[in-house]
Design a protein around this ligand. Structure first.
Ligand code: FES
Ligand code: FE2
Length: 377
């Protein structure tokens, strides 16, 4: 993967100023994933942001369209949508009861006679760019901008369509704070080198050691890790090969989503920075209804979720990331050294660094966000 060993300064994970720059670029100028579209199945279904620095909610309107708004009342700024997700007919502000429609229009001012000259038409919720694409809900931070998700994702958009991500159902979503830098958490996914060691009791037996293919499109990365049964392919004609029977496919969708396609379920992990050493991690697990029918299906889903979320991610990958983070500030080495097989860590880091100072970029426009980094395989 890499032609030579790369040394990465540990300040990438501790520098307050760098995080501010990342938030101003990666987290502000590109579309962000709000969640899977199945959570907004019907008109009135909404979901709220996981990150207070960008307080939005997304709701499906009577017309079936998905819209996003600042989660902020136009009267005196109270939060409109309270729960992480729910279904409503209207949004009623908890402070003084102003009522907004699913299209963000201000439908009613309580004690309206106290607001002479205030026209409700001028006080609808502030709308943000939002769209549904590839089975996911996307939100942008710049009011008025257009989101072009196929342009943003490039060839990986076709993967979301071909894998029919839109037809999946959400099993569960969790949200917790991890005491580590957001990039350190994502990087735990980006190499297979650690699997036989850190995951020796859990994942190691499922994967073929070191057999990983990867490529990039713009700032996004795809990697496919061969499962131990991949040799069975040789016994079948190529037209019958289905990649998910023999491999797990992983994507970093720039900037902060790690998307995983396993043979029987899908995981969407997002990482929202709170400070250089604290990050909100959300994990949404999706499945295909026919794969997990009835109560036996539900209990096997629960088992998978506990294994992946609690054991592998939380107790292995992110526990070690927190451990690394804890020691970064206390001397020892001032850099990490990446071996040739850890190239994706370096590519991911470059994808963020290259865009730090990108002036004039706007959310999701293909010309600015699909800067080619070349194909890697
Ligand atoms: S702040 Fe919402 S009604 Fe007053
Ligand atoms: Fe891992």
């Amino acid at each position: 993967m890499l032609d030579e060993v790369v040394r990465l300064p540990v300040s990438k994970y501790t520098d307050e100023g760098l995080l501010e720059q990342e938030i101003a670029s990666a987290f502000s100028q590109y579309p962000l994933i709000a969640g899977h579209a199945s959570t907004l199945a019907e008109p009135g279904a909404y979901l709220t942001s996981d990150w207070d620095q960008f307080p939005y909610f997304v709701v499906r309107g009577e017309d079936g369209r998905v819209r996003a708004f600042y989660n902020q009342c136009r009267h005196r700024g109270a939060r409109i949508a309270e729960a992480p997700a729910g279904t409503v007919k209207n949004f009623v502000c908890p402070f003084h009861g102003w009522v907004y429609g699913l299209d963000g229009a201000l439908k009613g001012i309580t004690r309206a006679h106290d607001f002479p000259g205030v026209n409700p038409c001028d006080y609808g919720l502030v709308e943000l760019p939002a769209t549904e694409a590839g089975g996911l809900i996307w939100v942008g931070r710049t009011p008025g901008a257009e989101l072009d998700i196929p342009g943003f994702l490039g060839t990986f958009f076709e993967d979301l369509v071909n894998f029919d991500v839109a037809s999946l159902i959400q099993y569960k979503k969790t949200k917790v704070v991890k005491e580590a830098n957001w990039k350190l958490l994502i990087k735990t996914y980006l190499e297979g080198y650690h699997v036989p060691y850190l995951h020796r009791e859990t994942l190691a037996a499922a994967f073929k050691r070191g057999v990983i293919a990867h490529d990039s499109d713009g700032p996004h990365i795809r990697l496919s890790a061969a499962r131990t049964n991949i040799g069975e392919c040789a016994l079948k004609p190529e037209e019958e090969w289905r990649i998910l029977d023999y491999a797990s496919v992983y994507y970093t969708l720039f900037p902060n989503t790690f998307f995983i396609l396993h043979p029987d379920y899908v995981s969407i992990n997002t990482f929202w920075p709170l400070s250089p050493d604290r990050t909100i991690w959300t994990h949404e697990m999706l499945y295909r209804a026919e794969d997990f029918a009835g109560s036996a299906g539900q209990s096997s889903l629960e088992k998978r979720f506990r294994f992946t979320n609690d054991t592998v991610f939380d107790q292995e990958d992110f526990a070690i990331a927190e451990d690394v983070q804890r020691h970064l500030l206390h001397g020892g080495s001032d850099h990490h050294v990446l071996g040739l097989a850890e190239g994706l860590l370096s590519i991911f880091q470059n994808n963020i660094d290259e865009r730090l100072a990108g002036p004039g970029e706007t959310a999701g426009t293909s010309s600015t966000t699909r800067t080619t980094t070349g194909q890697h395989s």
